[in-house]
Design a protein around this ligand. Structure first.
Ligand SMILES: CC(C)(COP(=O)(O)OP(=O)(O)OC[C@H]1O[C@@H](n2cnc3c(N)ncnc32)[C@H](O)[C@@H]1OP(=O)(O)O)[C@@H](O)C(=O)NCCC(=O)NCCS
Length: 173
């Protein structure tokens, strides 16, 4: 699959048709990231969705979200981060690559594409990632994220999560 012509499509959640919505939810559940209610959460906090396809096959997904202020501040508190949650209005997440499309740099490209959107809005972004997910850490760090605070236990599923933050790159002078 090396060098395969993947296409990256950016959509607002309300632009997803029923098939895309179902596939997106199935991907996120399959990636073990949200236990239930993906469609509802997508509607409530989803901002931008990226769909990666190889021909007609959905290969990977990712998203930007605008989490509730209280949820976001709990994350920063749990991580004991010195950074202020109010400085990071957007969360990057729901990044899932189908197994047979892994290890080709797709997660890294998804992060890059999503950051182009947040950068265009001059927004700082945070993300959380399971401490076991080395590939996701690498993709985040490659794209300018740095670790904030210390690993903490997720209330949702008891995974150990690491908080990452990324300040929007300064505009070139
Ligand atoms: C985690 C996941 C998104 C990674 O996707 P991927 O497209 O296979 O990752 P990439 O090919 O972009 O790899 C990213 C980088 O991590 C590196 N990497 C791979 N496995 C690694 C590991 N175990 N430890 C450290 N680095 C690793 C890769 O070499 C690559 O580095 P490079 O950019 O310098 O070449 C994918 O495995 C997945 O969907 N898992 C299930 C859902 C999930 O856990 N999502 C993340 C939520 S925290």
């Amino acid at each position: 699959m090396m060098g395969a012509p993947y296409t990256f499509q950016i959509k607002n959640p309300e632009e997803l048709d029923i098939n895309e919505l179902e596939s997106f939810c199935a991907f996120v559940k399959g990636g073990g990231q949200v236990v239930s209610g993906v469609a509802k959460r997508l509607k409530e906090i989803g901002k931008v969705i990226v769909l990666v396809r190889l021909a007609n096959e959905l290969a990977a997904v990712g998203a930007l979200k605008v989490p509730m202020a209280r949820y976001r501040s709990n994350v920063f508190k749990s991580a004991a981060a010195v950074e202020q949650p109010t400085d990071y209005p957007i969360e990057l997440g729901w990044v899932v690559v189908a197994e047979r499309h892994r290890k080709q740099g797709l997660s890294s490209q998804i992060v890059k594409v999503l950051l182009e959107v947040s950068d265009s809005e001059q927004a700082n972004v945070y993300a959380t990632s399971d401490v076991e997910k080395g590939a996701m850490h690498r993709s985040l760090e490659r794209n300018g994220f740095v670790k904030a605070g210390a690993p903490y236990r997720s209330e949702l599923d008891n995974d150990r999560l690491q908080l990452f933050v990324r300040k929007r790159f300064p505009e070139p002078h």
